[in-house]
Design a protein around this ligand. Structure first.
Ligand SMILES: [Zn+2]
Length: 280
């Protein structure tokens, strides 16, 4: 969501590098961070060998300002260097610089893709990394293998001064959020919005407008956010997915998702819009 991010994606690493680079190092999808009193940071080193870790794979990511960035995987069970720990991405949100956090979200997906795409799915021979795009190519049959991305829609539905919030069975206790779901093959994003809302709560929507998007690396989604207006119907729950749903006003909200998520950005947008009429 950070639009002024100064990150430029790249595929081919520089041939020579004398300045320190950012190293996004993962073991079992956990990021290596050094602890500071109130925050964490990641290694900024000229050479990864300074840490004395055994690496399994390394991918170039691009540049953040003038610093090169690399994604690295080390073996399961690797002991972190002194003063450092491996932490899950969700756990470092808010403590790691936001630009670095979103590059880490990119890095973890590249690392996962590299690990799970070593051989061609059609003919079984080892793949070669493309020098022109983020892909691997089979040297025998030419099949291209791209990192997996699963598009999902997320939608805030308004009805007058109320918004629709629902509780999924696997949410934290008492937490409600806007509706979301994966896009099906052959479906437009707008069709996915209409279908998800109808399937999950039984209502119809109109005026579907694009809001923004966010990579969601748990494990490889791209969340595409929309706003929509209530068009008809009464809430009836799909009880396999949704435990409760209802209409809420900005001054009487239940527990809502944390700042990391586009769900929260949608809800904050609604509160800001309605908040001018309210006294909090
Ligand atoms: Zn092949």
């Amino acid at each position: 969501m950070v639009e002024d991010r100064k990150f430029i994606s790249g595929i081919v690493p520089p041939q020579e590098r004398s300045a320190p680079a950012w190293w996004f190092i993962f073991s079992e999808n956990k990021l290596l961070v050094s602890q500071k009193p109130e925050s964490v940071t990641i290694p900024l080193l000229v050479d990864l060998s300074e840490l004395g870790l055994t690496t399994m794979q390394q991918n170039y990511l691009g540049q953040l300002d003038d610093r090169h960035c690399y994604a690295v995987e080390v073996a399961e069970g690797t002991i972190p260097p002194a003063g450092m720990t491996f932490e899950g991405l969700r756990e470092v949100y808010g403590r790691l610089d936001e630009d670095l956090f979103w590059i880490a979200a990119r890095a973890v997906q590249i690392v996962d893709w590299d690990r799970t795409h070593q051989l061609c799915g059609r003919c079984g021979v080892p793949l070669k990394t493309s020098q022109t795009e983020r892909a691997k190519e089979c040297p025998k049959c030419g099949l291209l293998h791209f990192p997996r991305l699963a598009p999902a829609i997320i939608v805030l539905v308004e009805r007058g001064n109320e918004l629709l919030l629902a509780r999924s069975r696997h949410f934290m206790p008492r937490m409600y959020s806007v509706l979301a779901g994966f896009v099906e093959p052959g479906e437009s994003l707008e069709e996915a919005v209409v279908r998800e809302v109808r399937e999950e709560v039984g209502i119809s929507v109109k005026d579907i407008k694009y809001f923004g998007s966010q990579p969601w690396p748990f494990p490889h989604s791209l969340m595409v956010g929309f706003t929509a207006t209530y068009a008809g119907g009464k809430i009836s729950l799909d009880d396999s997915e949704i435990e409760d749903a209802g209409w809420f006003t900005a001054d009487r909200l239940p527990r809502i998702p944390g700042k990391i998520s586009i769900a929260r950005k949608l809800i904050d947008w609604f509160i800001d819009k309605r908040g001018s009429h309210l006294n909090f």
